[in-house]
Design a protein around this ligand. Structure first.
Ligand SMILES: [Zn+2]
Length: 309
């Protein structure tokens, strides 16, 4: 009798393990298939954080529209152009040049020379802060030569991207002392999912953005100024309340970005999903407007979270 019961127990355990295995395989298998970004890039909604070493470069692709936010240093122009070509892009509808520091605008010249560009959005900066370096001068010359429409970043503007939207949040003020604070703030939203980009915005501009009472809640936040401690203050991060953060940083960069202080703040707020281009390479978020899928070029496996705000 006892022997018979053991036999039944064995059969039950084997059956239960089989069910668990099938469920596990189905769950993970489905994610891997859905995150085939090369196939979905022109159909679904994707946000790419392109690895340009120590510099910023993000690309939004959705329903045939594309928005490029910055393009790293000048020598990274080739990398960015190749990345866009690999996705099969022929045009870039909007370029946002967050602010004229070379680690953001350096590669834009190559992009403009290789793609049809709809508009370029730039912040209005006071004459006293206009850069005199050759990178900025060349960019302006190329914009003029190619007859590209320049739009000043104005709070409240919305870019037309079909169903998703991209809201321009700032710069808020016209009298900052630091060029970083003029960085264009932009919130990209698709149904219930949103991404926040603030370039290299520092503490003063973050405070102004908070006080402007605009919606800055986002599921994914690109850490400002590469995760510097002069940006990403606790109050601001609390208001954004992201599930994911991305640091666009170079390996062993001399600035030690992202800064430990910022990582500690994120940890204290329970924000555990930190992606970094120095570790993960290119980072791609795919969303259907409800769920978020992440795929990294290196190491990490795809993950899935259910949106719940
Ligand atoms: Zn920067």
């Amino acid at each position: 009798m006892l022997k018979k019961n053991f036999k039944h127990l064995h059969i039950f355990i084997i059956f239960a393990l089989s069910v668990l295995f099938v469920l596990f395989w189905r769950f993970h298998g489905a994610n891997v298939n859905k995150v085939n970004v090369r196939i979905d890039a022109n159909r679904g909604v994707c946000v790419h954080f392109i690895d340009v070493d120590q510099g910023d470069c993000e690309l939004i692709t959705c329903g045939g529209y594309s928005v490029l936010i910055d393009a790293g240093e000048r020598d990274k122009g080739v990398t960015v152009v190749q990345y866009l070509k690999n996705l099969g892009l022929k045009k870039v509808d909007y370029i946002i040049a967050t602010h004229p520091h070379t680690d953001h605008i350096g590669g834009l010249n190559s992009v403009i020379n290789n793609f049809n560009v709809g508009e370029i959005i730039m912040p209005k900066i006071p004459q006293r802060l206009v850069p005199t370096n050759v990178v900025y001068k060349r960019l302006l010359e190329t914009i003029i030569n190619k007859h590209i429409k320049v739009r000043r970043a104005v709070q409240g503007d919305v870019l037309n991207l079909g169903e998703p939207s991209l809201n321009i949040l700032g710069p808020i003020c016209e009298n900052y002392d630091n060029l970083n604070d003029f960085s264009v703030g932009a919130l990209f939203s698709y149904k219930n999912v949103s991404f926040l980009f603030c370039g290299d915005m520092q503490g003063n501009a973050e405070r102004d953005l908070l006080n402007s009472k605009q919606n800055i809640k986002a599921d994914v936040f690109k850490l400002s100024h590469h995760g510097s401690r002069t940006s990403n203050c606790k109050k601001f991060l609390q208001a954004v309340s992201p599930t994911y953060c991305v640091a666009e940083v170079g390996k062993n960069n001399i600035h030690r970005h992202p800064h430990t202080k910022v990582l500690n703040i994120l940890d204290s707020l329970g924000i555990k999903n930190i992606y970094r281009t120095d570790i993960d390479g290119n980072i791609i978020f795919y969303t259907d407007g409800e769920k978020i899928y992440v795929q990294t070029q290196k190491k990490r496996k795809p993950t899935k979270t259910h949106f719940s705000r």
